[in-house]
Write a protein that binds this ligand. Structure first.
Ligand code: ZN
Length: 355
């Protein structure tokens, strides 16, 4: 019969195109294939046009087979199009992966993501301070030397300014800029912008020229609390640190203060908490003392108030801060802090869903 030849020819033609679709390797090849599939002179199109000449008794069966061929061809083209898109996405990711820079972005599209352990820790801390009545503030990571040092009573030639400790971006005659070495410049900005009372925390990323080791990375995160009001005393500072410690670690963990020196506070104290590993009985992590140092604290130095135009005769205040990475490391029991910026999904995935 006349249509038998036409149908076989159309079948062979569709088979050939489906075969080509499975091997498509580029967008250009895909366009050529689409063009061929839409050709009005193709065996499939010719057969469609000759339908009215076919014996009416055979027409339904031929029509069914034609439909099937058409849908085989359509699915093959759809699959080829998806494959080309996937290849292009993969190639773009591969090309851009190295540009973004090793430490910051090594992960690729693999499964469902989650918040980073540091982000989760920061959000937990923010929640606690917000519940205690503090506002969350942020500032830029590129800071002026004045905000980062001078205003915080860290004069020129103080060792903390040395280039071996800081990443300077620009040594200006009048004013240099650098990657902030702590979150304290946010306090300077805040005190310049807002009149007391101030109850605020400043979380964020900071930079120091530390050689990476188990307890240090050149970029890390801090969180600082600042309170400025009338009649704020050292007893308020101690009570606030205690409230925070029991809210975050639980009531069995205590805090204690030990005298220390910081240029921007007077008096200053380091604060330690009960070792979370041994519960205070003494272990290797706490060198047998039962205590772990968490951060620094103190009463805001009058010179800092003078630098930002707050009258130290009227107002007093305290500040305390600590490293978020160290806290995340302690709570997750990570032996080496360097795993945090490396973004190894095998490690990060273990903390998925904690928040
Ligand atoms: Zn211990």
């Amino acid at each position: 019969m006349e249509t038998g030849g036409g149908l076989n020819e159309a079948k062979r033609w569709v088979e050939e195109l489906v075969g080509r679709a499975a091997r498509v390797a580029s967008g250009a090849e895909l366009s050529k294939l689409r063009e061929a599939a839409g050709d009005r002179g193709s065996p499939l199109s010719s057969l469609y046009r000759s339908m009215k000449a076919i014996d009416p008794a055979l027409r339904p069966e031929v029509g069914r087979q034609l439909q099937e061929l058409r849908s085989q061809l359509d699915s093959a083209l759809e699959a080829a199009s998806a494959a080309v898109l996937a290849q292009e996405v993969e190639a773009t990711l591969e090309a851009e992966r190295d540009d973004v820079g090793g430490y910051l972005c090594r992960s690729r599209y693999e499964g469902i993501g989650s918040l980073h352990l540091i982000t989760m820790t920061r959000m937990e801390l923010e929640d606690i301070f917000v519940a205690l009545g503090y506002a969350v503030t942020e500032g830029p990571e590129v800071e002026s030397e004045w905000n980062n040092f001078e205003a915080l009573n860290i004069p020129k030639f103080h060792p903390a300014r040395a280039s071996q400790d800081s990443f300077f971006l620009d040594f200006g005659d009048e004013e240099s800029t650098l990657l902030r070495t702590h979150t304290s410049p946010v306090q300077i900005r805040l005190m310049q912008a807002q009149k007391p009372p101030i109850y605020a925390i400043a979380p964020g990323r900071v930079y120091r020229r530390d050689t990476p080791d188990a307890r240090h990375t050149p970029a890390f995160h801090q969180i600082e609390a600042l309170v400025v009001d009338e009649g704020i005393s050292f007893a308020n500072l101690k009570a606030t640190i205690e409230s925070f410690t029991s809210a975050y670690f639980g009531p069995s963990i205590k805090a204690r203060l030990r005298p220390a020196y910081f240029p921007f506070t007077e008096p200053s104290a380091e604060f330690e908490i009960t070792c979370t590993i041994c519960g205070g009985s003494g272990c290797r992590t706490c060198s047998g003392t039962g205590w772990i140092e968490l951060g620094g604290s103190g009463m805001v130095h009058p010179k800092v108030f003078e630098a930002v135009g707050i009258d130290p005769e009227v107002y007093s205040g305290f500040a305390f801060g600590f490293g978020i990475d160290r806290l995340a490391q302690m709570r997750a029991g990570l032996p080496d802090m360097r795993v945090l910026p490396e973004n190894d999904l095998r490690i990060l995935a273990q903390f998925r869903g904690r928040r």
